[in-house]
Design a protein around this ligand. Structure first.
Ligand SMILES: [Zn+2]
Ligand SMILES: [Zn+2]
Length: 531
């Protein structure tokens, strides 16, 4: 668990540029923004980076279909992603892309180091080659009859789950021209993952207590099978060049360059800001590293990335906290492209408040098991928990009839204690990656505030006992101020507005009191009931 470290690096998974972002993506990635905002609040130095994954065959295939260049496809999705993250108030320090000159140049240097260190080696393979198209064809550029189910399938994976083996691929036909492929010798580069088996086992053993259980299980399962050798080059025109002679017709596999984006993005933003990137990425720098991703991406972060960092052999710190999420289903069904049941985040943003979307995707997040998304439930929860409870507490306090400034009252000790407890408990929950629990603790505090308000009946106190009235409203003003701190990682837009109402300079993580007698004007409702 993160303790007293000062330099916090958070890597959010890089979405792949061949489809729009849906609510499931955000349900996974939002954890990164929660951790980033929380750590800034407690005074840590935070770098939160991510970017668009732009290379690889799915994009070239899509480009061909749409009669565009891969670059056009990648760039248009990159712009779309960027706008979505901005509108969702993701506080990335840098959101870049793998199709970025800085990334490409830095990755080439890292690749060269791995080669020089003996972790990348040359090997001749027999690979499917189309003599008519005059090229080596990738798995998904061939079709074959699946030996398992008898249906026609592409070479990467059959719908029945069968993964075609090398000998199947050598008997396939080229998708483009229909010619039967031939087996041809091809020189490729491989990563010697096996050499790192012991080191990675040690690493997983040392750090797994910081991980969610799914990350632990997946990683141990993967290690048990023995780390495979993995090709790092492929014949493709779209991607990053290989910085070695004799591989001019090849590019890097996406899996090796995209995960290194966490390193290159951190370096890039540090250069821009005059910071030392090693304070975040090297050992013994009072630092802590989080990786945030979905469950389909676990071993890329728990095994592959650490293996790459070890093979660069420059004292890199290996990631500490693994924040893997399960799947978000839509109306009890898995999100699937073929069913077309995914709800895009753009659709949500065009229709609903971003704080509400963040709140629902967090309080109902797929942390330990798959969770379900339905619009009906989204509306019901936002109305019940945000509009009727939190929004109402803010309104009935700050817009109390006849009140134009914060009263000169006394803070209720019991409520103060509850607020202080909430800071501790929410901090603990966030550090343990239990974000659902964190929102539920704050929700309880809101509930306590509303109960306090109703018991005190300030509308009566105002007429009968002005001193008591002042105490009640002053206490509620302080409660609202502290709730804006507690909710900042989860609902930053409304928190910022509360700070504006109450003249609070910035979000902090300590019990605060508002200035007595300050004017309360320009207060507007923060949440509208959803119909
Ligand atoms: Zn062909
Ligand atoms: Zn099959």
């Amino acid at each position: 668990m993160q303790d007293k470290e000062k330099n916090i690096l958070i890597g959010g998974a890089w979405p792949y540029a061949n489809n729009s972002l849906h609510v499931g993506h955000i349900a996974g990635l939002i954890s990164g923004d929660i951790i980033a905002r929380f750590n800034r609040q407690i005074g840590n130095n935070v770098l939160y980076v991510s970017g668009t994954d732009c290379h690889g065959t799915p994009i070239t295939v899509r480009a061909k279909k749409e009669n565009k260049t891969p670059k056009e496809i990648a760039e248009s999705y990159h712009e779309e992603f960027k706008k979505c993250f901005e509108d969702m108030q993701f506080s990335y320090d840098l959101y870049t892309k793998t199709e970025d000159e800085y990334h490409e140049e830095e990755v080439k240097k890292l690749f060269k180091k791995m080669y020089d260190n003996g972790y990348i080696y040359e090997k001749k393979d027999l690979q499917p080659y189309c003599e008519k198209c005059k090229k080596f064809v990738a798995d998904r550029e061939v079709k074959l009859i699946c030996p398992s189910c008898g249906n026609e399938t592409k070479g990467d994976m059959c719908d029945c789950g069968y993964e075609p083996k090398d000998e199947d691929l050598l008997n396939a036909t080229c998708i483009e021209c229909g010619n039967k492929v031939v087996a041809k010798e091809n020189m490729n580069l491989y990563l010697a993952l096996g050499k790192l088996q012991k080191d990675i086992e040690q690493y997983v053993e040392n750090k797994k207590s910081n991980w969610r259980i799914s990350s632990q299980n997946e990683s141990e399962k993967y290690l048990k099978q023995g780390l495979p050798e993995k090709a790092v080059t492929r014949n493709l025109e779209w991607g990053i060049d290989i910085p070695l002679n004799g591989f001019e017709d090849k590019k890097m596999y996406v899996w090796i360059e995209a995960v290194l984006g966490y390193v290159t993005a951190c370096k890039k933003i540090c250069e821009e800001r005059g910071l030392n990137w090693e304070d975040y990425w090297k050992n013994d720098k009072d630092n802590y590293i989080y990786m945030v991703h979905g469950k389909d991406n676990i071993t890329f972060h728990t095994i592959i990335l650490p293996a790459l960092l070890l093979s660069i052999d420059e004292n890199y710190r290996l990631p500490d906290g693994m924040v893997a999420t399960q799947y978000l289903n839509i109306n009890e069904e898995k999100i699937s492209k073929s069913k077309g049941n995914g709800i895009t985040i753009r659709y949500m943003l065009d229709n609903y408040n971003s704080d509400m979307i963040r709140y629902y995707l967090t309080s109902n997040g797929p942390e330990r098991k798959d969770s379900n998304f339905s619009l009906e439930e989204f509306v019901a929860i936002c109305n019940a928990e945000i509009v009727n409870k939190y929004g109402n507490l803010i309104n009935r306090t700050l817009k109390f009839k006849g009140l134009d400034k914060v009263p000169d009252g006394k803070m209720n000790e019991e409520i103060k204690q509850k607020i202080q407890n909430a800071y501790n408990e929410v901090e603990n929950a966030i550090k343990k990656l239990e974000f659902r629990k964190a929102t539920s603790i704050i929700k309880d505090l809101v509930e306590d505030g509303n109960k306090f308000y109703e018991e005190k009946q300030p509308w009566k106190e105002q007429k009968e006992n002005i001193e008591e009235f002042n105490n009640t409203i002053y206490t509620c003003c302080n409660l609202v101020a502290n709730l804006s701190n507690l909710y900042e990682p989860f609902m930053p837009t409304s928190s910022r507005k509360v700070r504006e109402f109450l003249n609070l300079p910035k979000a902090t993580w300590d019990y605060i009191e508002v200035e007595k007698n300050m004017n309360l004007d320009g207060i507007e409702p923060l949440f509208e009931r959803i119909k």
